[in-house]
Design a protein around this ligand. Structure first.
Ligand SMILES: [Zn+2]
Length: 295
């Protein structure tokens, strides 16, 4: 998909994958993003963290992982994510994320956006998945998906793994649910996961927070000039927070391009007729990130 196709009915498409990772991101970031999206008349796919916001535990990572510290300093994460968020799960109790805001979840859906499943406990997944048992993973999905059902009154169609972190066990366990596709990687092109047989629609573009501003905006727009399907990863905490003006700038630039913005379920429909490669994901440390992502 890197090269522009000769097939004339291929349209140039952009998907917006908006991850909500924290309580503050849900409470303040989502309403701001809803208003930006509405002013441009575009639809996005929101991946919600349902359960506890233990993001303050990230402070513990500073001690253990120098790359994380570097990222925190580079992106001024304290400012990006807010001091209160930095204390949730440590000095302050962990509030529930989407579960605390049923009206807001309804608002996302009634505005025509999609809501999918991102996490039960986002922070613990990204910090502890590797050392947790299969039972822990099963329990994490059970809790998260029953919370999703309670809020949305249906099954999620898609799972987007926290921090684009997956392993073989995860792909097997999620086969118990009725997901139609996954968005768990930062691969450059869509593929079929060898283990689950599910379609992967990756976030192929960089995150604004991985590059920084303003140069991230031009890098993202530059990447949009090639190929036919792109997905931009957006974080409610960042693009719905202190960097919202840069998100507006991206939306404005995209409006002037020969691009159609579609929710991820519509991108899946476009990809169903493609002969996608079947392969296994790999783990790779991408520029600007503190830990490897599935690609
Ligand atoms: Zn996330």
């Amino acid at each position: 998909m890197k090269t522009r196709s000769a097939v004339s009915n291929r349209r140039n498409v952009l998907g917006l994958k908006i991850d909500v990772d924290t309580y503050a991101g849900m409470k303040q970031g989502v309403p701001r993003l809803l208003s930006i999206l509405s002013s441009f008349g575009i639809q996005a796919t929101f991946y919600l963290s349902m359960g506890p916001d233990a993001s303050g535990r990230a402070i513990l990572q500073l001690v253990k992982n120098p790359r994380f510290l570097k990222k925190m300093l580079k992106t001024k994460a304290g400012r990006l994510y807010g001091m209160k968020t930095a204390l949730h799960g440590t000095l302050l109790p962990s509030p529930m994320i989407a579960l605390s805001f049923p009206d807001l979840v309804e608002e996302i859906i009634s505005a025509g956006h999609e809501v999918e499943f991102h996490a039960w406990d986002h922070r613990r997944w990204q910090d502890e998945l590797h050392k947790r048992s299969d039972e822990w993973i099963e329990d994490w999905f059970e809790k998260g998906i029953s919370a999703y059902r309670k809020m949305v009154q249906e099954e999620p169609s898609s799972f987007g793994a926290p921090a684009w972190l997956i392993d073989d066990r995860v792909l097997k366990i999620l086969g118990k649910y009725d997901f139609h596709y996954l968005s768990c990687t930062r691969a450059k092109e869509a593929f079929i996961h060898e283990i689950s047989g599910l379609m992967e629609i990756p976030s192929d573009l960089p995150c604004l927070e991985e590059i920084g501003v303003p140069q991230g905006v031009s890098r993202i727009l530059q990447n949009l000039k090639d190929g036919w399907i792109h997905v931009l990863p957006v974080h409610a905490e960042v693009e719905g927070g202190v960097w919202r003006e840069y998100f507006v700038e991206i939306c404005e630039a995209v409006r002037g391009m020969d691009l159609e913005i579609l929710p991820l379920s519509k991108i899946r429909e476009l990809l169903l007729s493609e002969n996608l490669p079947v392969r296994k994901y790999r783990m790779e440390l991408l520029p600007g990130r503190s830990a490897p992502c599935a690609v």
